[in-house]
Design a protein around this ligand. Structure first.
Ligand code: GDP
Ligand code: IMO
Ligand code: MG
Length: 433
């Protein structure tokens, strides 16, 4: 048995969906533990693409247990749509078991309204959220006003909690945001229908995971977003509203840290970011455009263009430290084919420091950091579909080796295309062999 956590090491969209889908082949239980439908995880199997926002990326394999953990914020409408779509496409195996934690918080229509209204009020200083109500839903969790799945499933509790929340949110929406109020009765009717549909999946998911641990199963935890979008360890305030680092898998699913065997950090061969905030290695030139086009760097959730730049190892090293990463899965190497020379950022200079390899806490200071680059030779040969690491061109191997050296941990998987098959695996994180 092994319990492995997969997390993003950058600003999200590193290819977590693809890698979780691969590792899920070996796992028995796959669990999401934070975030909501701000996530967009893309899986490609034999050319067919599936984008998941809430359901764990293990769903395409039959016979797995998929869990939406207590640390998530769940929009029931989106979840039901996702289930129906998978079912219509005959991608929901009959022997898959899906469970949702009773303690997971529910995203309500007023969360989305507040999210959008706040972004509008921020104007030029906006965070660039996905507008899915993630921040306001987590606020209600922390203020203890939020509605959990178990509350939604109890009609009386739901009615009372909803009434109180609607009253408060409508005051905020109309008086502060100068927006229209929400209709509490309409929400009640809409959400009681969702409750009827989701009741069958509600469970104490911590117990299910614990039973898996005791039975010697392989358990895979699927992070959403990335380390630098973490509410504590990211580029605050340009972050999401949950903890995205590996430690969050324990709180967000109800497993103890002593049960965890490894943490795999997903790292894109370059850097991207959706939304606002500092980005030291951002490329506002032709190379940035090439990466954006070749890598199809458009948000899987909002369709927004992703900002692109060179690989920033200051960010990746920070992630290795705060998540205790034991191995890296390196994705999208194929996108760099034909770009020569390549650059890797190994540190920053600022007006006050000749060199630093730490991410400053102050966003203004971070904004002013300038990258210190190392140049590496590029490669011209198409590497898509190569299955053996030794068959890769020498320049690719040197790029990977330098990344390993700077990260201080080994690259255990190399991805050279979006498809499940376009992957070179050094060893399995579950068995280390
Ligand atoms: P996630 O949020 O971390 O799961 O990543 P996304 O799915 O949002 O974005 C990653 C995108 O890159 C998706 O379109 C994937 O299909 C694609 N992708 C993943 N790995 C590779 C790769 O090695 N090469 C290429 N070209 N595309 C990849
Ligand atoms: P996956 O799991 C990339 C970004 C948003 C915004 C900030 C806050 O697919 O990697 P939020 O709606 O969470 O309050 O937005 O976080 N963001 C992501 N960027 N990938 C994601 O998820 C993201 N989830 C949120 O663009 O900058
Ligand atoms: Mg994504």
């Amino acid at each position: 048995m092994a319990a492995i956590i997969v997390v993003g090491t950058q600003w999200g969209d590193e290819g977590k969906g693809k890698i979780v889908d691969i590792y899920a082949g070996e796992a028995d239980i796959i669990a999401r533990f934070q975030g909501g439908n701000n996530a967009g995880h893309t899986l490609v199997v034999k050319g067919e693409q599936t984008i998941l926002h809430l359901i764990p990326s293990g769903i395409l394999h039959g016979g797995k247990t998929c869990i939406l953990g207590n640390g998530m914020v769940i929009n029931p409408k989106v979840l039901i749509q996702e289930l129906d779509e998978l079912d219509e496409r005959r991608l929901l195996p009959a022997d898959t078991k899906l469970f949702i934690s009773n303690n997971a918080h529910i995203i309500m229509p007023y969360h989305m309204r507040v999210d959008l209204a706040r972004e509008a009020l921020r104007g030029g200083a906006k965070i660039g959220t996905t507008g899915r109500g993630i921040g306001p839903a987590y606020e209600d969790k922390i203020s203890r006003a939020g509605i959990r799945l178990c509350d939604l499933l109890d009609d009386q509790v739901f009615r009372t909690k909803l009434g109180k929340n609607v009253e408060e949110k409508n005051f905020y929406l109309t008086e502060f945001c100068k927006e229209e109020p929400v209709d509490g009765e309409a929400i009640y009717r809409e959400y009681t229908a969702y409750a009827d549909r989701l009741r069958q999946y509600a469970a104490d998911t911590s117990v299910i995971i614990d039973e898996g641990v005791k039975a010697g199963k392989h358990i895979l935890f699927e992070g959403a977003q990335g380390c630098h979008l973490d509410i504590d360890h990211g580029t605050f305030p340009f972050v999401t509203s949950s903890n995205t680092v590996a430690g969050s898998a324990c709180c967000g699913s109800g497993i103890g840290p002593t049960r965890i065997d490894g943490v795999i950090g997903i790292c894109k061969a370059y850097t991207t970011r959706v939304g606002s905030g500092p980005f030291v290695t951002e490329l506002a030139d032709e190379i940035g455009e090439t990466i954006q086009n070749v890598g199809h760097e458009f948000g899987a959730t909002t369709g927004r263009k992703r900002r692109c730049g060179w690989l920033d190892m200051v960010l990746v090293r920070h992630s290795v430290r705060v998540s205790g990463i034991t191995g890296i899965a390196l994705t999208k190497l194929d996108v760099l084919t034909g770009i020569n020379p390549l650059k890797i950022c190994v540190g920053y200079t600022t007006d006050h420091e000749a060199f630093t390899d730490l991410v400053p806490s102050n966003p203004m200071t971070f904004e002013q950091c300038r990258p210190v680059y190392e140049e590496l030779e590029g490669w011209a040969d198409d590497i898509r579909g190569i299955r053996n690491f030794n068959d890769l061109p020498g320049a690719v191997k040197r790029y990977v080796a330098r990344l390993e050296e700077l990260a201080g941990v080994p690259v255990i998987l190399t991805s050279t295309g979006p498809d499940r098959d376009e992957t070179i695996t050094a060893y399995s994180p579950f068995t280390n062999s």
